[in-house]
Design a binder for this molecule. Structure first.
Ligand code: ADP
Length: 624
């Protein structure tokens, strides 16, 4: 507690006052004592003179005054209120007011008597041998007519009385000094409080700021140094607030950039632990921020090739870039790892910066450095490249067969068949058929690319499902009959209308039913049905045909994909790809289920028209 400003002011102040007052009391007491004693001396000498005049005849003339020297001494003592001693020239005490003169020793050697003999006036303060108390003495010689010393008078007063007077005076002075010190001490406390108070308030606010409350401010109450300090402090608070706000803003911006970035970003510290990971990186590495932070890079990425690239960067201290394939997850990543310098690291959110300024050197010391890892997901690009490559190889493959067959027809015609009109017609029919197939393929391809590029805008209108299914069924009825199949259209009443481009969805149904016809042996059955499900109408085309092998099932919607069994059939492998694009353009999905040898079911969903979703209007009121 004595470390506080208050006590540092109060204690020296009080000590100073006490010392000053003590010295003053001491000095005053000395002065008063001396002057009192001087007074006593003067007084005693004057008294002695008076006594000398009164008793002179006894010594000089030798006449008896009618009284004994003792009585005389007593009388003078009464008169003056002092002790009076009459001493002969030889030192014998003739009269004494305060003791028995006859019992008293020779006084010639008393200091005051000696002094009186030598100088004509003696004075001494000392212990009285006769009375045993301290006394002040004044002695004067009495001269006879011949100028010889006839005796001495001595007047004395106990010094104790004087001392008591002096003590009283000293006490008064001391009391005054104490009172003054007390008042001064209180004053010191008040002054110290007034000085320390603002400092204390300043400290409290500084502490609040340190704890994070940057809005804490002080009222400026004075214009003195403390006022200036307070103003400076408030200004500092504002600056700090601004700086922190700016930093927080920058940090927030950086955080949201990292958050929204499509590329994965990861920072490791110089101990190789993950210090920052953005959601994209967490997704790519199948982890979470919470799991990854603080873990080693190897634990987080769990992929030897990535770890190798990182280690190479650690060893070389230079940027490393590589494409890495994570096989089991079908991921294809471009990884770029850059060593970070201290400054870069801190601006990217390094919480535990090492105290050493030169991070580069400190990290090299342990053979580790912090680094920035960027992961770019190249999987979609790679997939696109594969699709394009496949597409080209598929299309050339698909073109090759009809072209080779055309070539053969033309050669045969030229070489032999021209002379045989019957055969020539047959060959021309073949050629016509191949050209038709080629035309269909080109048309389908064009159609697909138009849909894909969004150049075939949909004319959406609320349409009843019957208006979609029935025209397609009718169109395919002759083929059904030709293949000795049965087609059942089973639409429940009360189906809501769907918001579609009717012609396009009819094409989807046609494609699906046409496939069903192709892959169902004679005597089979094809059923088209529909039902409402969660705001969508799901249409199903089911057949009792050959089915699709489980390995092919996920791929049948790809362009040019055909199962082995279908290779010989005339299809292009584009029908389902077109159907998928059309359904997706309507906001729906298409999928298939199948059991080889038992038949297949194709499903697609279409969005219910909004009015119908609200009013529950049935298919019966469909307008087409
Ligand atoms: P395609 O013009 O060859 O029919 P699609 O894209 O319409 O091309 O169909 C792709 C492949 O899916 C077909 O070659 C066939 O192997 C298979 N497929 C489609 N529908 C059926 C079905 N109903 N039953 C069995 N296999 C089918």
């Amino acid at each position: 507690m004595f470390k506080s400003i208050r006590w540092r002011i109060v204690i020296p102040y009080v000590v100073l006052i006490l010392t000053a007052m003590g010295a003053l009391s001491f000095y005053l007491t000395r002065v008063v004592r001396n002057s009192t004693l001087e007074d006593v001396q003067t007084n005693l000498v004057t008294s002695a003179r008076a006594v000398r005049e009164g008793v002179r005849p006894v010594f000089t003339t030798g006449e008896e005054a009618g009284v004994s020297p003792d009585a005389l001494a007593d009388r003078w003592a009464d008169l003056l209120g002092r002790r009076v001693t009459l001493i002969s020239a030889e030192g014998v005490v003739l009269g004494e007011s305060h003791a028995e003169s006859v019992l008293m020793a020779n006084h010639l050697r008393r200091p005051e008597v000696q002094e009186a003999l030598v100088t004509g006036s003696g004075y001494a303060t000392r212990q009285s041998e006769t009375l045993g108390i301290e006394m002040a003495y004044a002695a004067l010689p009495i001269m006879d007519a011949a100028g010889e010393v006839a005796g001495y008078v001595r007047v004395a007063v106990p010094i104790g009385e004087v001392a008591a007077e002096i003590n009283q005076l000293r006490n008064t002075i001391l009391t005054a000094a104490l009172l003054t010190s007390l008042v001064a001490g209180l004053l010191a406390v008040v002054i110290a409080e007034r000085t320390a108070g603002p400092v204390r308030r300043l400290t409290a606010v500084a502490r609040r700021m340190a704890e994070g409350d940057l809005d804490a401010r002080l009222y400026v109450t004075s214009n003195d140094e403390v006022g200036t300090l307070t103003r400076a402090f408030n200004h500092m608070g504002e600056q700090l607030r601004e700086k922190v706000d700016t930093l927080a803003e920058e940090r927030g911006r950086l955080a949201s950039v990292l958050e929204l970035m499509a590329d994965g970003v990861l920072i490791t510290d110089d101990a190789g632990r993950v210090q920052l990971i953005n959601p994209a990186a967490a997704d790519l590495l199948e982890t979470t921020e919470g799991d990854a932070l603080g873990q080693s890079f190897a634990q987080v990425v769990r992929h030897h090739q990535l770890i190798e690239v990182w280690q190479r960067c650690q060893e070389a201290g230079q940027e490393q870039a590589e494409t890495v394939e994570i096989g089991q997850r079908d991921l294809f990543l471009q990884v770029i790892i850059t060593p970070l310098h201290d400054g870069q690291r801190s601006s990217l959110g390094d919480g535990q910066r090492s105290s050493q300024r030169d991070g580069q050197r400190s990290s090299q010391r342990d053979g580790q450095r912090s680094s920035l890892v960027i992961l770019q997901n190249l999987t979609p690009i790679r997939r696109l490249q594969t699709v394009r490559r496949d597409f080209i190889s598929n299309i050339s493959h698909e073109l090759r067969t009809p072209l080779a067959s055309l070539k053969a027809v033309v050669e045969t015609l030229r070489d032999v068949a021209l002379d045989d009109p019957e055969a020539a017609r047959r060959f021309l029919d073949r050629a016509d058929h191949e050209v038709d197939a080629l035309t269909q393929m080109v048309q389908e391809l064009l159609e697909l690319s138009r849909i894909e590029s969004g150049k075939a805008p949909l004319r959406l209108s609320p349409t009843s499902v019957a208006d979609i299914v029935l025209p397609a069924a009718e169109r395919l009825q002759p083929q059904i009959e030709r293949n000795e199949l049965e087609l059942i259209v089973d639409l429940p009443s009360g189906l809501p209308r769907v918001l579609v481009d009717a012609a396009r969805v009819q094409q989807v149904v046609t494609n699906l039913v046409h496939n069903a016809i192709k892959f169902t042996p004679a005597g089979g059955r094809i059923t088209v049905s529909a039902k409402e499900e969660e705001g969508m109408v799901v249409v199903r085309v089911r057949d009792t045909g050959v089915g699709i092998p489980a390995t092919d099932l996920p791929r049948i919607f790809e362009r040019f994909y055909k199962t082995d069994r279908a290779r010989s059939s005339g299809g292009t492998g584009l029908g389902l790809a077109i159907a998928r694009h059309l359904v997706q353009a309507h906001g729906g999905e298409i999928w298939a289920k199948s059991k080889e040898g038992k038949g297949s079911s194709f499903y697609f969903s279409l969005p219910v028209a909004e009015q119908d979703a609200e009013t529950g209007e049935g298919a019966g009121s469909a307008g087409g």
